[in-house]
Design a protein around this ligand. Structure first.
Ligand SMILES: [Zn+2]
Length: 150
């Protein structure tokens, strides 16, 4: 340090982003460009910052990217509401079946044999429903994989 002011021999790292953004005073700009002409390290940083800045502004301007993002949002919203619909449907179904089974099992006017047969039929139906749902979930996962690979 020769004096209290910024010296050309000091690295200008903290001024570089201001230089790229055009926020520096005339004096500071001169200092940065003078320094970068003689310092490969700061010149490289400056070029990196400029490239980064360009990429960010391009990304912000890209309407195609924004549309795709919105599309993806809509898609996931639809999927989520569909999943909630399925959940509500299944929950309601289970509640009705549960109440039905409860009433049915404690009805003394129905013989045990009939009860067992009904349990077998509804148990079988429930198992089928469960396996179909499971298959659907597996297929959805596989679809995701396919999308990623393409
Ligand atoms: Zn430097």
């Amino acid at each position: 340090m020769v004096n209290g002011n910024l010296h050309v021999d000091d690295h200008v790292g903290e001024l570089l982003s201001g230089f790229v953004d055009g926020e520096l005073t005339q004096q500071q700009r001169q200092l940065v460009s003078l320094h970068c002409n003689g310092c490969a390290e700061c010149m490289e940083k400056l070029l990196e910052l400029r490239e980064l800045r360009e990429r960010i502004s391009k990304a912000n301007l890209s309407e195609v990217g924004e549309d795709k993002w919105r599309e993806a949002m809509d898609d996931s919203t639809v999927k989520t509401s569909r999943n909630i619909g399925w959940l509500m449907f299944i929950a309601g179904l289970l509640a009705i079946v549960g109440i039905g089974v409860f009433v049915f099992l404690f009805d003394d006017s129905i013989s045990v044999a009939v009860k067992l047969i009904m349990i077998a039929i509804y148990g079988g139906l429930a198992t089928l429903l469960f396996s179909v749902l499971r298959q659907r979930l597996i297929e959805r996962k596989t679809d995701k994989y396919k999308d990623v690979e393409i």
